[in-house]
Unconditional design. Structure first.
Length: 263
């Protein structure tokens, strides 16, 4: 088989491999959306703190119509490595990005008081990355977050948001904010990158919800954009390649500045 044909076949196999977890996770998210629309219930439960031995807790922030269970494997792996994990829950129903960002800042303040930590790191999936950007641009978290890893976050918006009706019950406003030409996306992307936080923005070639170009942050000294070849949008939080990236960045964050530059 010619090399080009093998590459094409490989891409098709990778795409097919993403379908099962994407369909399963998509059905779960759709169920939560229908339940929230019908009954006005919250889309999230209670946040959870798991104490570890290493300094610098890791906050996990889920995306739209999700909850902390999307990070189940990553949470277990990071805690097994010794990290303190705080899996944040928040509701998108009837909210906008600013409301979610303020909630995240309140949750982070509780974590700071509970642990006495001088800084923290964050891993955010999808909408969670945009919520995190808002919180760092508008709240005290700007000077507190050391490393921020975003997975499939629509930093430049996403064409998928244009498919949703403007009047979608409970979620129309926040989805509207994710349309690529929305001013909220254009303005917030720059205001959140001026601090000392190191940003790692991960996108996937197999992500059909937030294509990798939309998951990128503007080039900057404190920004690293990465594109992985495996994992659809909903599978990114538990993708083994994403986990490895997170572990490497967290380990580097624990090094003194001079050792970090040498590494």
């Amino acid at each position: 088989m010619p090399m080009s044909a093998r590459r094409t076949a490989g891409r098709r196999l990778r795409a097919a491999a993403t379908l099962v977890p994407e369909i399963s996770s998509g059905l779960s998210a759709a169920t939560r959306l229908v339940r929230a629309s019908a009954y006005g219930t919250q889309l999230a439960g209670s946040s959870e703190l798991r104490l570890g031995t290493l300094p610098g807790p890791v906050i996990l922030v889920h995306g739209l119509a999700s909850n902390r269970s999307c990070f189940s494997n990553m949470e277990r792996s990071l805690h097994g490595e010794g990290y303190t994990i705080y899996a944040v829950e928040y509701s998108c129903f009837g909210a906008d990005i600013a409301a979610c960002g303020r909630h995240l800042a309140r949750e982070a303040a509780w974590l700071r008081d509970a642990t006495g930590c001088a800084s923290a790191n964050v891993v955010a999936h999808s909408l969670g990355g945009v919520v995190l950007r808002w919180a760092l641009a508008h709240t005290w978290m700007r000077d507190w977050v050391n490393v921020a890893v975003t997975l499939g976050s629509p930093h430049r918006g996403t064409p998928t948001a244009c498919l949703a009706p403007h009047a979608l019950p409970g979620l129309g406003k926040i989805i509207g904010q994710l349309r690529p030409r929305n001013a909220d996306i254009r303005d917030a992307i720059h205001h959140s990158l001026g601090g000392a936080t190191r940003w790692i923005a991960v996108g996937s070639e197999q992500d059909w919800v937030v294509p990798p170009n939309y998951a990128r942050l503007p080039d900057s000294e404190n920004v690293r954009n990465i594109t992985v070849s495996w994992g659809g949008h909903l599978a990114l939080p538990n993708n083994k390649h994403c986990l490895q990236i997170v572990l490497e960045e967290l380990a580097a964050a624990r090094l003194p500045d001079d050792h970090r530059e040498a590494a």
